[in-house]
Design a protein around this ligand. Sequence first.
Ligand SMILES: N[C@@H](CCC(=O)N[C@@H](CS)C(=O)NCC(=O)O)C(=O)O
Length: 214
Amino acid sequence: MQLYGYWRSSATYRVRIALSLKNISYQSIEINLIEKGGEQHSDYFHALNPTELVPVLVDGGLRINQSMVILDYLDEHYPQPLLVPITGEQRYLIRSLAQDIAVDIHPLNNLRVQQFLTHQMKVKECDKQKWLKYWIMEGFESLDEKLKPLAGKFCVGADVTLVDVCLAPQVYNALRVGVDMTKYPTLNRVYQTLMQHPAFIAAQPENQTGAPTN
Ligand SMILES: N[C@@H](CCC(=O)N[C@@H](CS)C(=O)NCC(=O)O)C(=O)O
């Protein structure tokens, strides 16, 4: 199994967490999103995913992009531990909370959106930072409210679910742009717990090849 991704990409980070939780061995292939204009735009990567976004998972003859679909694939083929229960109403809740992050928050902060704001819209750096923070804070406010009655040790109860897999990378992004996580006590508490979990530690951006060492 090969994972094409980037150490700082939050969508790749989601997949790394799942691979690590499920103890799946894989080869990590770095696509540097920053240097030389971004390797995601190279002919080599374009042939793999014409959308020019990471991650892409290759397993034998199968090639999947979209991190949430990759996570579905991993849950189906490597069910220990499951990120989404197979039966019961809670699976819909877990999926919708995960999508609150992956579909409604994350895309507004993506690199290509930031690059468009800077180069095409001529938005000043301080206003771009305002944009990044605003959309994360807007999403975190309602997410914190939703998780308050649901959270146990993790986002939904006592076990790690797909919501935690999406939360950790999004909080990582939030901290990078200076969001004050104390405003979101439930998210903050669960994030602190996740950062002690061995599978999450192994998947952290700073623990990947390609990350700066200092
Ligand atoms: N919906 C996609 C989003 C993928 C995505 O946005 N990837 C980012 C990194 S987190 C990327 O490759 N950005 C490159 C760019 O914007 O040029 C997924 O979940 O896989």
